[in-house]
Design a protein around this ligand. Structure first.
Ligand SMILES: [Zn+2]
Length: 312
């Protein structure tokens, strides 16, 4: 159960996200395909959120943040953080992993539908919506005006995640912003109430695609492990939000974490494992197209983006 303090931090954090007035340059549609063995993974860029490390992170002081942003050649004191979703195609299946922010955070996000169209994926073809967690920047495109956007898709989410967001008792007395989030989560799962599949750690989502429970950011926060023909990829969802700081300072937690100590413990474990195993990762808030490796560096880690993929 998150403390009232974490709810307050969450509320404060989101009030800092500019809801209007941000100008977003429209590049070509953010779309990038990778082959993981026989599995095709397409990263889709929904947009971005501007994040201020000093305001949002606990466990990393302003001087450290400034130094790390300078090392990353990022001007100013905010980091534009990608919002990524993914299409997984394997064994005749079409799985959409997360649904972007739609209109929840203003004009800098909400491009997922254009990405799906550019990828040639009609909404009727998507058979599964895999929801890593029920935060607003991951469920936006799942519904249109409150009804299901994907007529043939089953919504798959961890049972703990579903239970957390749909239990009104968890949000009684919570700040209005948090109650709004809960309402959005309930709206998304409600639209798919007749085709909802609640999963647990290790569940097979498709052949070679398995759920990995990574709790802390939210109680049922879940990534996906892809494995095919000797190649592997971990889609780790929200393990890292502000990469230029959190790879170097993995103990730094973000205000959006429902359980910050558990989020830090989970992040530490995942980073240690992927660095030791040289396991490629992709992340919802890693710079698009978001694929790369993690190597140990100093007291933390360093992210090495994957090279451009010329072949599938
Ligand atoms: Zn997120």
């Amino acid at each position: 159960m998150p403390s009232r303090r974490s709810f307050l931090a969450l509320s404060t954090a989101f009030s800092l996200v500019p809801l209007t007035g941000a100008s977003a340059v429209t590049q070509v549609v953010g779309l990038y395909r990778r082959g993981i063995g026989d599995i095709v993974v397409t990263a889709l860029l929904d947009g971005h959120l501007s994040m201020h490390p000093d305001e949002l992170l606990s466990g990393s002081d302003p001087e450290t943040n400034a130094s790390l942003l300078r090392q990353a050649f990022i001007p100013g004191d905010t980091v534009d953080t990608s919002i990524n979703a993914y299409i997984i195609e394997t064994a005749g299946r079409t799985i959409l992993v997360d649904g972007g922010a739609a209109t929840a955070f203003g004009p800098t996000a909400g491009n997922l539908s254009a990405g799906l169209a550019a990828a040639g994926v009609d909404s009727a073809r998507v058979d599964t919506l895999f929801c890593t967690h029920l935060h607003p920047d991951h469920i936006g495109a799942f519904t249109t005006d409150g009804t299901a956007s994907f007529p043939n898709a089953e919504l798959m989410v961890h049972g703990i995640e579903h239970g957390f967001w749909t239990d009104g008792a968890n949000f009684a007395g919570a700040p209005e912003m948090v109650q709004t989030f809960a309402g959005m989560a309930q709206g998304a799962v409600g639209a798919y109430a007749d085709r909802l599949r609640l999963i647990e750690d290790g569940a097979e989502v498709a052949p070679g695609v398995h759920a990995v429970h990574l709790p802390g950011h939210t109680p049922g926060h879940t990534g996906l492990m892809l494995s095919s023909n000797g190649e592997e990829l971990l889609i780790w969802a929200d393990i890292v939000h502000i990469g230029p700081v959190q790879f170097a300072r993995p103990a730094a937690t973000i205000a959006f974490d429902v359980d910050q100590p558990l989020a830090a413990t989970t992040r530490a474990g995942v980073l240690k494992r992927v660095a030791a195993d040289r396991l490629e990762i992709a992340g919802a808030h890693i710079d698009f197209p978001s694929f790369g490796h993690v190597e140990a560096a100093g007291e933390g880690y360093h992210f090495v983006p994957s090279r451009w993929d010329h072949t599938l």
